[in-house]
Design a protein around this ligand. Structure first.
Ligand code: NAD
Length: 496
């Protein structure tokens, strides 16, 4: 039974509700997780509030040292974290290690906190007057995270929030909560005082309490678009600062001049990696002109060689989906694609590796001649289903992408620099790849889409993360000058 982590220790109280954690590779229920009540959230916030004053007063160099120590522990324990990811999420071990690495990069960015919190200073803005800014923490902040990156997405949030001097309440996905628990233990080992990071498990009940809790100053959310919108609307209504990253439908444009081998490698890697359960997965290939006829045979050939199997089998390149409900949803989408007239080129339904018949598998699936209006085009499927849309002209591809309500990532494959420049300038998407299928910025930039892929003005991690987890204070100071006395009822004027 996986219980909460509150005030630096496991929560001992008997749970009121629990939920199953599956081993997606076998289909067995492997464990249970406590589904927190509003009271549980209150206990976590109480611990975070109690820890706040001392933590924000802790010198920034000491907070930095905790991050350095945590960084070392994550490196030492990366295989352990990756094993927990694979056991509960299903992705392959190598993919899980990649996830840990991308989370680690944010921890490394947070190790720069001494530099990142530096303010600005202007001497003598008026006679004897100086002006300076500082960035101060917000207080108790919360993070609500999705199932698909159970280590990386929490690490997009808590390292920066904590390094900035906030205390944190994390509500990880109830489908794969264990990596967060190991991170909490490692942070304790790294010297983080009790109450600075708390983990409360659960579902809507806990989330709703987070959204209304008067002592939570800000909420970071990553998940699907409908829930992101809900979090943003309700969190801001309660007066909180909110950044809510939503779902995606990422298009990859292939121009006729592109290197088709490279494009096929990219489409297969970005379409089927992590079984398509990535917010930056490519789910639509927009093939311009005659590109589809040359690309599809290459994609088919690569799919035929892909090995789908349990994530802990080193031979597997793609693992199962996370739960039986999610597997059924993805299969339902494939059924609808067939019903709505798309060409099913490769059918991944009904697949299971030998000995794993009860696992939640769907093999790589490829549709051709997909069109807007079909559910497989309009909705985020979040599974190993790649759709090819054929368009005649390059401008049609740009218009198609710009008409989508989702705008997380997109990519262009071409050898034409002018075409690439047009794409990066005109495309209405937050993260753009040129001959790069998954354009996820490293941790010293920030991550975020546009339109319905994000609610709130701050992208996540990087410089935007620092801005989100702190507020600026400006100080204008003048030290008593014996020569400068007297009342002045006018608005203070600078430059005198
Ligand atoms: P989800 O929206 O179902 O759940 C995310 C979190 O919200 C979980 O912690 C969950 O417990 C909670 N939640 C679920 N339903 C809720 C409700 N009704 N009320 C309150 N809270 C609720 O998302 P998921 O299925 O866990 O993750 C996959 C989704 O996340 C995909 O849409 C994917 O694109 C998106 N995602 C986006 C990004 C990004 O950076 N934009 C990154 C990763 C995942």
């Amino acid at each position: 039974m996986i219980n909460h982590w509150i005030n630096g220790q496991l929560w001992e109280q008997k749970p009121v509700r629990t939920g199953p954690i599956y081993n997606p590779a076998t289909g067995a229920v492997a464990d249970e997780v406590v589904l927190g009540t509003a009271d549980d959230v209150d206990s976590a916030v109480e611990a975070a509030l109690a820890a706040y004053d001392e933590w924000r007063e802790t010198p920034v160099t000491r907070r930095q040292n905790v991050m350095f120590a945590f960084r070392e522990l994550v490196v030492d324990n990366r295989h352990e974290i990756a094993k927990l990811i694979t056991a509960e999420h299903g992705k392959t071990h190598s993919d899980a290690l990649g996830e840990v690495q991308r989370g680690l990069e944010v921890v490394e960015f947070a190790c720069n906190i001494t530099h990142l919190l530096k303010g600005e200073f202007s001497e003598q803005v008026s006679t004897g007057v100086d002006t300076f800014t500082m960035r101060q923490p917000l207080g108790v902040v919360a993070g609500i995270t999705p199932f698909n990156f159970p280590a990386m997405v929490p690490m997009w949030m808590f390292p920066l929030a904590i390094a900035c001097g906030n205390t944190f309440v994390l509500k990880p996905s109830e489908k794969d909560p264990s990596p967060s628990m190991l991170c909490a233990e490692l942070l304790k080992e790294a010297g983080l005082p009790p109450g600075v990071l708390n983990v409360v498990h659960g579902d809507k009940v806990g989330v709703d309490r987070i959204l209304e809790h008067p002592d939570i100053a800000a909420v970071s959310f990553v998940g699907s678009t409908p829930i992101a919108r809900y979090i943003y609307e309700n969190g801001t209504r309660a007066g909180k600062r909110v950044q809510a990253l939503g779902g995606a439908k990422n298009h990859m444009v292939v121009l006729p001049d592109a290197d088709m081998e490279l494009s096929a490698d990219a489409a297969v890697s970005a379409g089927y990696g992590s079984a398509g359960e990535r917010c930056m997965a490519i789910s639509v290939v927009v093939a311009v002109g005659d590109a589809a006829d040359r690309l599809i045979p290459q994609v088919k050939a690569r799919i035929a060689k892909l090995r789908t199997g349990p994530g802990d089998d080193p031979n597997s390149e793609m693992g199962p989906l996370v739960t039986p409900e999610h597997r059924d949803k993805v299969v339902g989408y494939i059924d609808s694609g067939v019903d709505q007239g798309a060409d099913l080129v490769v059918d991944g339904r009904g697949f299971a590796p030998d000995g794993f018949e009860d696992g939640f598998y769907v093999a790589p699936t490829l549709f051709d001649r997909v069109e807007p209006g079909m559910k497989i085009y309009d909705d985020e499927i979040f599974g190993p289903v790649l759709s090819v849309v054929r368009v005649e002209h390059y401008q049609d591809a740009i218009d198609l992408i710009n008409a989508s309500p989702f705008a997380n990532g997109t990519a262009l494959f071409t050898n034409d620099g002018g075409a690439a420049r047009k794409f990066q300038s005109e495309i209405q998407v937050g993260m753009v790849g040129v001959n790069v299928p998954i354009p996820v910025p490293l941790a010293f930039y920030s991550f975020g889409g546009w339109k319905s892929s994000i609610f709130g003005s701050n992208a996540i991690y990087g410089p935007e993360g620092i801005r989100f987890y702190t507020r600026q204070k400006v100080v204008i100071s003048r030290w008593p000058d014996p020569m400068h006395r007297g009342v002045d009822l006018g608005f203070p004027q600078h430059g005198r």
